[in-house]
Design a protein around this ligand. Structure first.
Ligand code: NDP
Length: 291
């Protein structure tokens, strides 16, 4: 298929540009909040030396500062005990200058992730992983929602594609991506099929979907030929190929030929996640200060 430059621009969903626009809006909102005496503050906690996590934490701090959010980082050694981490979270919960708390996952194996997530005050849960916030999402009155799923929905909306009445398929059922995305799509009145590693006849199910969200973590596992003509494809996957290059869960080149809209990897969902973290921090600050 030959594609003109104009078609390409509208077809490829530009997550980098969408995130930049969102950060610009947030910068304006933060400036207004500062006029009212509220400076949103985000605390990011990292335990251990995982190189990828270190990069994520640094990027989060940089993006926070760019929009005017006060950023505080706590880098703790791998040997930190669960009790020490919970104690720090207790201090951050009580700190009136902090409105968002994020503990970078994964944690070392001697620390229970669920305990940590549940210790973060629900109103400062910038990642939206606390069972209270998950429950609010499930019952249809969301407060703080998980960032990557929010990014997925933002990109989907940016295409102008109607979700109501559409068949959507989500592949992956993790608590941080697949499940919340499925609930959000349901809230937008899509008819949702949620798939996982035990799903039978995955290609046939994908072939029927108007909206495909892939959140698996397996390089190019979703073949382009499975995609229905004119479908919208949002690829959350972040995988490294043998040659070191990043790729998604969808076989992009083939899927591109069939999809009406598709996110690239990198440059699709990835940049949206941090932008949504900042948005959550700002809305937490608004809610806490009632402004
Ligand atoms: P998890 O490993 O927690 O979940 C993967 C899901 O994929 C599971 O539900 C699993 O099924 C399912 N799965 C595995 N193999 C298959 C298969 N062969 N067929 C169908 N389903 C399968 O991953 P995450 O949800 O944390 O992340 C998914 C991807 O998204 C990863 O590549 C990750 O790097 C990326 N990601 C990107 C982010 C971003 O900002 N862009 C943020 C978060 C994640 P089962 O439950 O049965 O095991």
């Amino acid at each position: 298929m030959t594609t003109t430059t104009t078609e390409t621009t509208t077809k490829v969903i530009d997550g980098k540009a969408a995130a930049k626009a969102l950060r610009a809006e947030l910068a304006t909102e933060v400036a207004e909040l500062k006029e009212l005496g509220v400076t949103p503050g985000l605390a990011v906690v990292l335990v251990g030396e995982d190189p990828a996590s270190k990069v994520y934490v640094r990027n989060k701090a940089r993006a926070s500062e760019e929009v005017g959010i006060r950023s505080v980082q706590h880098i703790l050694p791998e040997t930190t005990t669960e009790a020490e981490l919970l104690s720090l979270i207790g201090e951050l919960n009580a700190d009136s200058g902090i409105h968002g708390i994020l503990v970078q996952l994964p944690l070392p194996i001697h620390i229970n992730e669920a305990t940590v997530i549940e210790t973060i005050s629900a109103e400062k849960d910038a990642d939206g992983f606390h069972p209270y916030n998950m429950g609010r999402l499930l019952t249809g009155s969301p407060t703080l929602e998980p960032c990557t799923p929010l990014g997925v929905m933002h990109l989907l909306r940016s295409t102008g594609v109607e979700t109501a009445g559409k068949d959507a398929i989500v592949i992956g059922r993790s608590n941080i991506v697949g499940k919340p995305v499925a609930v959000m799509l349901l809230k937008e009145n899509a008819t949702v099929t949620l798939c996982h590693s035990k799903t039978a006849n995955l290609p046939e199910k994908i072939a029927e979907a108007d909206i495909v969200v892939a959140a698996i973590g397996r390089a190019e596992m979703i073949l382009g030929e499975w995609i229905k003509e004119g479908a919208t494809v949002i690829d959350v996957g972040m995988n490294r190929k043998a040659d070191g290059k990043l790729c998604g869960d969808v076989e992009y080149a083939e899927a591109f030929k069939r999809a009406a809209h598709i996110t690239p990897v990198p440059g699709g969902v990835g940049p949206m996640t941090i932008a949504m973290l900042l948005k959550n921090t700002v809305s937490a600050a608004r809610r806490i200060h009632k402004v």
